[in-house]
Write a protein that binds this ligand. Sequence first.
Ligand code: FES
Length: 333
Amino acid sequence: MSTPKPSTHKEPSLARRASAALAPYASVTVAAVVLRLFLGGTMLYAGIDKSLLDPRFLQAEGVGSIGETLRYFVTSGGPLAGLVEAVALPQPVLIGASMAGAQLLVGASLLTGSWVRYGALLGAGISLSLALTSTWGVSPYYYGNDLPYFVGFLALAALGDGGALRLGAPASRGHNPERRAALVSGTGIAAGIAALLVLDRSRAISAITGGGAPTPSLTPGASATATPSASAPTAGTVISGAPSLAAGQALNFSAGGTDAVLIKDGSTYRAFERACTHQGTPVNWQAGSGDFLCPNHGARFAASGQVTMGPANTPLRAIEVSIAADGTVTYRR
Ligand code: FES
């Protein structure tokens, strides 16, 4: 009777098991679908924002307007400044509408899987033109957001639609690990984009309600100032929720249709328009660092509204606020 031999079977290493678990996701299909959903979702949102949600964009003048944006492109001195001055500046609204339309087209192409390579090349062209104008002066270059989009679109143009999640494509029969992986990744990315849209809800709500109702939210974020005193209530519009602000906290509100923010700086209240003075993107109060950050190109503003980091070069626009003896905070425009 022979004695059983000791088993030579070894447990696969953690690295091998992780690699086996991730194998279905390591495919061209998944890479293409992830890029399509993120880039397509972002372009679709940018096009909807420019054409519907942001009432300032399709204007020749004013904060956040395409006219002001184009003037910035000219003064910032990028390689396309001369072209922008000669061709775009005389017809800003047409240029703004064309940009929004092109972004909608790219979004629709990528999300539906139709003519994806052409859509990706159009997206690359939009991103490159913005990198040579809008973010040309950003230093170091990696703070600029247009170059990564440009590279992402080029990669997608090379990959194509990935063969999955195409509108009108026949459903494949049976078990298809690549298709399943693409669906799982796609659902995750779509949920991520939905979460981003929800986080950016203040603009959407303001556009839908016409900016009528205050949209208070305690953010991780104001500058005429108001310090508590025994004064009688002053005329103005009450900022609901302001008395419950703790020092260092901020409250986003709508000041007659303008996206605004109130901060309590020590015992002093300050209020500002949220539009970044670079290109109008709403700034966010950073409770940790005690300043405002623009998520677009990284400009920073102190609690007083002064610029502490470019590319913006003028302070946030102040809103006059008053505080009554009963703690009510009001603003006046
Ligand atoms: S919009 Fe460019 S830094 Fe704010």
